[in-house]
Write a protein that binds this ligand. Structure first.
Ligand code: ARG
Length: 266
């Protein structure tokens, strides 16, 4: 992965409540959010040499910063999200326009199924996992599986604090996984256990899961994750990864962190 889509937080704020983290009374400190976002971008650009594509922020769309929900990109095809909540549906046209103007073939899901992009679809090169129920509908995964010739294993999300798959599940480049088991039902936990050997899985403790330790971006041997997740960092170090912790608590007020703020473009 060498290119990420991001969107500056000019209009980021809490203007509605669509997940348990969002509270209108918990106002964003705008200056602080801007500083945190730029610090994250510095890690990507300067420390890791990643190319960033910056979208133009739009007033009235406070969650446009969470570009993981733009859609998914597979080669030159972009599948644009269909958001569950009307509060975010206004973002769809802007994401579609960005993809079109950057020469992607834009694929729309032409049913009324919801799909929230890379927030709910992630995995390894051969096998993908699809999170469903709070935001995306399970019915979208067979369509995407057929279109892209990949196996997609559906995982139901059962704890509404972890409403997107990327809040509780993070595949790493070497085949390992960070995840928060209690965010899945027994079937989901079993499927994960069948696919990923115990030694390759870190069950992130709840204390760090609620800091969004799993909302991490893995690029080669580098892992960019929210600050304060010491056990997760220790586990990563022991497996040869270099953790890059970044303070992102202003974005946690909206239920998002490092991974939500990026979309892998290749
Ligand atoms: N406030 C946003 C929402 O509730 C946060 C999105 C976080 N994105 C993610 N990929 N987990 O939709």
């Amino acid at each position: 992965m060498s290119r990420l889509l991001v969107c500056p937080p000019d209009y980021f704020g809490i203007e509605y409540e669509i997940n348990p983290w969002m509270q209108l009374s918990n106002r964003v400190d705008h200056e602080r959010a801007v500083r945190q976002w730029h610090a994250l971008m510095r890690v990507f650009e300067h420390d890791l040499g990643i190319a960033l594509e910056r979208m133009t922020p739009i007033p009235g769309l406070p969650d446009l910063v969470f570009t993981a929900n733009a859609g998914i990109v597979v080669g030159r095809t972009a599948v644009v999200s269909r958001f569950r909540y009307p509060e975010r549906q206004g973002e769809e046209a802007h994401f579609a326009q960005w993809f079109r103007s950057h020469d992607y073939d834009v694929m729309r899901i032409d049913t009324d199924l919801c799909f929230e992009g890379a927030g709910d679809l992630l995995g390894f090169s051969d096998c993908w996992f699809g999170g469903y129920h709070p935001r995306s509908d399970i019915g979208v995964f067979p369509l995407l599986s057929e279109r892209f010739h990949r196996e997609i294993i559906p995982l139901e999300l059962v704890d509404n604090r972890f409403y997107h798959l990327d809040t509780c599940f993070c595949p790493l480049s070497g085949g390992e996984l960070l995840y928060f088991p209690a965010a899945f039902d027994a079937y989901g936990r079993q499927v994960i256990a069948d696919r990923i050997p115990t030694a390759h899985r870190m069950a992130v403790p709840e204390k760090e899961a609620v800091k969004f330790a799993c909302n991490a971006v893995c690029i080669g041997k580098h892992v960019v994750l929210p600050a304060g997740c010491v056990a997760t960092q220790t586990w990563l170090l022991a497996r040869g990864y270099e953790p890059h912790p970044v303070q992102l608590d202003e974005f946690m007020k909206s239920g998002g962190s490092a991974k939500c703020l990026t979309l892998a473009l290749d």
